[in-house]
Design a protein around this ligand. Structure first.
Ligand code: MG
Length: 453
């Protein structure tokens, strides 16, 4: 029985995530960690997350675990506290970027990184066999312990990685935490770094003003705010503040792989030349990253889509950073997980040291036209035929078949991959100009309809 998706267990509260389901899942997680383990439990500000945290905490106590309550906190703050403060694990109650009716549970190991698939499978096995370990009532000595400084400890941890003497003193930044937990840390961090901050959608008692996913469409309004205030940039988080998407001083949305390319170059040129010259990203990122980093001797390791795969690959091979095109960025010396506030602090440092505006840096990157689309997939067994057909049509180009198929040409790339969560094929095409991108897309749609009909 597969309970975990690409990043934890997710579902609509009281529909997929009914209390009785959460109890069983929490029993399985408690059995995995074992009685006596100390577990830090936190949550985002969604309506359903508090009740799920209460259920989970109660079940862990009933299984003889020591529960530490982090309260409202971003996922990266919980992860940092687990790693740095020696907890045996962590549980984060959040549905990240999903719409407000969702919640979910992420399992974090003592290294602060989300559990790999092997651990999820172990938990799923305990869940389906109901091989829960319980403790006799005499051993129920523990109760929930409140930890009051999880967010402060995290913010201080980020500042340690920033060269504060080099920071420009006149930054003005707009922060949009989507009415969730990023409001508790990013504005505070930026103020501590001397930045003038304007927070929008910072009230945690409101239902989110916008969809928690910081896509181009969902945060369009930030463009005018940045221009009205003549701010240096805006940063938008998702619901658990592990993503940071930037809007530049001209009000332009910057895709996460572009900001990541700039930050990776910053790390290797201005910051830490001692780190492994390697970055890890998913096949959904643009090959612009390779074009930018090649001249600094930085290798790009391509992996399948999913932040846990990126993090675990960084850990295994050694890397200076890892990232996703959706705004998830991991700075290895801090922690090998996506971290929206750390990413924002690195951006301030980059702009200060290079004495540049974000728009100038963005304009220094190669210009490409990107199209994202999807087509229905009724029969999953046809995916391998589709991959073969595309490989034979584009055989002369460099290809990757780690996750669907990615073809890389001199002035274009595309990715055709089945979604991990929905019955669809996702198609990304990026080319030097719009006509070329449309031409490739047309050809891919022709091949797709032939194979999938
Ligand atoms: Mg997230």
């Amino acid at each position: 029985m597969k309970l975990f998706g690409t990043d934890g267990v997710r579902g609509v509260v009281n529909e997929d995530l009914k209390p009785e389901f959460v109890v069983r899942l929490a029993l399985a997680v408690a059995t995995y960690f074992g009685s006596g383990s100390s577990i830090l439990v936190g949550r985002d500000s969604r309506a359903g997350s508090e009740l799920i945290q209460d259920i989970v905490s109660g079940v862990l106590v009933s299984s003889g675990l020591r529960v530490y309550d982090a309260g409202l906190t971003p996922t990266p703050a919980l992860q940092y506290n687990v790693k740095e403060r020696g907890f045996d694990g962590g549980l984060m109650v959040t549905a990240s970027h999903n719409p407000p009716q969702y919640s979910g549970i992420k399992v974090v190991l003592p290294d602060g990184i989300e559990a790999p698939r092997e651990v999820e499978e172990e938990i799923e096995k305990i869940f389906s066999e109901e091989s829960f370990r319980r403790v006799p009532w005499r051993e129920l000595r523990h109760r929930k312990i409140l930890v009051d400084d999880v967010n402060e400890f995290y913010v201080e941890g980020i500042i340690k990685h920033i060269d504060t003497d080099k920071l420009k003193k006149t930054f003005k930044v707009v922060v949009d935490p989507a009415n969730s937990v990023g409001a508790l840390t990013t504005p505070k961090l930026l103020r501590m770094l001397g930045v003038k901050v304007l927070t929008v959608n910072g009230d945690l008692t409101h239902q989110p003003f916008r969809d928690p996913e910081p896509t181009r469409e969902n945060i369009e309004y930030l463009s005018n705010i940045v221009k009205d205030l003549r701010a240096d940039f805006a940063v938008a988080h998702d619901g658990d503040a592990d993503r940071a998407i930037f809007v530049d001083n001209l009000g332009r949305y910057i895709p996460g792989d572009r900001s990541a390319a700039l930050l990776c170059r910053h790390i290797v040129v201005n910051k830490r030349s001692d780190l492994p010259r390697r970055v890890v990203t998913a096949v959904s990122s643009s090959t612009i990253v390779e074009d930018v980093l090649r001249e600094y001797g930085v290798d790009v390791v391509w992996v399948r889509v999913g932040s846990i795969v990126i993090a675990r690959t960084m850990q295994r091979l050694g890397a200076m950073a890892g990232f996703e095109e959706n705004g998830g960025f991991m700075y290895a010396p801090h922690q090998m997980v996506r971290d929206g506030a750390m990413t924002t602090a690195l951006m301030l440092e980059l702009l200060s040291i290079e004495r540049a505006s974000l728009s100038d840096l963005y304009d220094s990157l190669p210009r490409r036209h990107l199209i994202k689309t999807k087509v229905p997939l009724r029969d999953k067994s046809l995916v391998s035929n589709l991959v073969d057909k595309i490989l034979s049509s584009y055989g002369s180009y460099r290809s990757m078949t780690i996750d669907g198929v990615k073809i890389i040409g001199p002035d274009f790339w595309f990715l055709v991959r089945p979604s991990g969560t929905e019955p669809i094929i996702r198609i990304f095409v990026e080319a030097s100009d719009e006509n070329k991108a449309n031409e490739i897309l047309k050809d891919l749609l022709r091949i797709t309809s032939e194979v999938l009909r």
